[in-house]
Write a protein that binds this ligand. Structure first.
Ligand code: ZN
Length: 135
């Protein structure tokens, strides 16, 4: 079994991270937790903590990365919703057992040293959903 404990973050695809950050910092007054490049996902991310949750800005580091493709298809904006789970291995095993279509059957590295895995939008009613476990 597993438990969803909160909305961990909302992932927002942007073309230009530096330009996008200005809105969050200067207009909303949020403080960035710093940038990180996740090579495997061809992405540069910046988290903005917001109470119990965070906003994750994602900029592609390559024209063939998943964020670049998302922006090509749907434009900038919300790309995924991430739920915090207490045990990602158990969560994936349970979802698999229930026949839920997964993008990742095994957890992989996510920004901020989280263990993450994606559930296919076809299984969630159209939302790319990330599961995230943080130590
Ligand atoms: Zn994310």
């Amino acid at each position: 079994m597993f438990k969803v404990t909160r909305v961990d973050h909302i992932g927002i695809a942007v073309k230009d991270l530096e330009a996008a950050k200005k809105f969050y910092e200067e207009v909303l007054g949020l403080k960035s937790a710093g940038d990180e490049v996740v090579e495997e996902q061809k992405v540069r991310v910046c988290f903005f903590p917001c109470g119990d949750s965070e906003l994750e800005l994602l900029e592609s580091t390559s024209p063939d990365g998943p964020i670049a493709k998302h922006i090509e298809r749907s434009g900038e904006g919300i790309q995924h919703v991430a739920l915090r789970v207490d045990n990602i291995e158990n969560a994936l095993a349970t979802l698999k057992e229930k026949g839920v279509r997964l993008i990742d059957e095994k957890p992989r590295y996510g920004a901020g040293a989280a263990s993450i895995a994606f559930i296919h939008p076809k299984a969630t009613g159209g939302i790319l959903m990330e599961l995230s476990e943080r130590k």
